[in-house]
Design a protein around this ligand. Structure first.
Ligand SMILES: Nc1ncnc2c1ncn2[C@@H]1O[C@H](COP(=O)(O)OP(=O)(O)O)[C@@H](O)[C@H]1O
Ligand SMILES: [Mg+2]
Length: 264
């Protein structure tokens, strides 16, 4: 049996506990991913999708429950310590990159992320050649602009750069939180194509949150539907092949009706 690349058991996070505003962001969440799983996370607003990714990255410490990455219990490790295993791309293209630094410097920061202090710094000729090659995959011409400040790029170009930076270190986990939602359809397609290519070529274990049902059925090998901080529905690789959006919605309604009946 292969070790799970990610295992969350009983993940619970309650905000404003014991007050009238109590929010159960995560409520006994259980999720396991095999190496190279590409898991699409869907669910309505407030279902806990971002909290789940934040809990995995360490940004949101759990109240209870455990998180293992590739067999290592990281529950008590802070976000900085977990950064050696995890890369993220957020919805807002402005978040993933530093605008006043050049493309090359941003790539260097990504390479050094999670590395011990004292790791060889500097934008050496070797590194520049490597970054140029990684950027050329995007077909945006960024490989010829290593010395340009990132602030001069468009949102789509910045998001593409964030993605290249995220995958350049071959993280154990790639976390994507609606990373194409703020882009125009053409740019979103480009970033999605780059995402799929990187995930498949590098066999990255990936969690991708999306609101886009077409993306949910088109990409990945697994779907997890969250509701009220839990997994409501999990669709594995066999079942996912050939599934349609109406099937998915149907499965969702059947499941929520069953839960409503249990509760009544
Ligand atoms: N920092 C926070 N403080 C208070 N409540 C929060 C915070 N983050 C999330 N929540 C609450 O937790 C629930 C889940 O939120 P979130 O994980 O952002 O959902 P999703 O990403 O699925 O829309 C919501 O009720 C939200 O209001
Ligand atoms: Mg969210």
């Amino acid at each position: 049996m292969t070790t799970d690349m990610l295992a969350v058991t009983g993940g619970t996070k309650i905000f404003y506990r014991g007050t009238p505003d109590e929010r159960r962001a995560l409520d006994g969440l259980n999720i396991a991913l095999k190496p190279a799983d590409f898991c699409i996370v869907i669910g309505s607003n407030g279902a806990g999708k971002s909290s789940f990714l934040n809990a995995v990255s360490g940004k949101l410490p759990l109240d209870s429950g455990r998180i293992k990455i590739d067999g290592l219990d990281v529950t008590k490790l802070n976000a900085h310590r977990r950064a050696q295993f995890i890369a993220r791309v957020f919805q807002d293209p402005m978040i993933g990159t530093a605008p006043t630094m050049t493309i090359g410097e941003n790539m260097l920061l990504a390479e050094l992320r999670g590395k011990p202090r004292g790791f060889s710094y500097g934008l050496t000729a070797n590194r520049r050649a490597k970054y140029r090659e990684q950027l050329s995959e995007l077909n945006l011409g960024l490989e010829n602009r290593l010395d340009m400040p990132v602030g001069l790029l468009s949102g789509g170009q910045r998001q593409s750069l964030s993605l290249v930076m995220a995958v350049s270190t071959r993280p154990k986990l790639l976390l994507l939180d609606e990373h194409t939602a703020a882009l125009d359809p053409r740019t979103a397609k480009l970033v999605m194509d780059t995402t799929v290519r990187a995930v498949e070529e590098l066999h990255l274990t990936t969690l991708m949150v999306t609101h886009n049902m077409d993306h949910a059925i088109k990409y990945g090998n697994k779907i997890v539907m969250m509701d009220a901080g839990k997994v409501l529905l999990e669709i594995g690789p066999e079942e996912k092949r050939g599934i349609t959006v109406p099937d998915l919605i149907d499965r969702f309604h059947t499941k929520s009706d069953a839960i409503a009946l249990q509760g009544s």
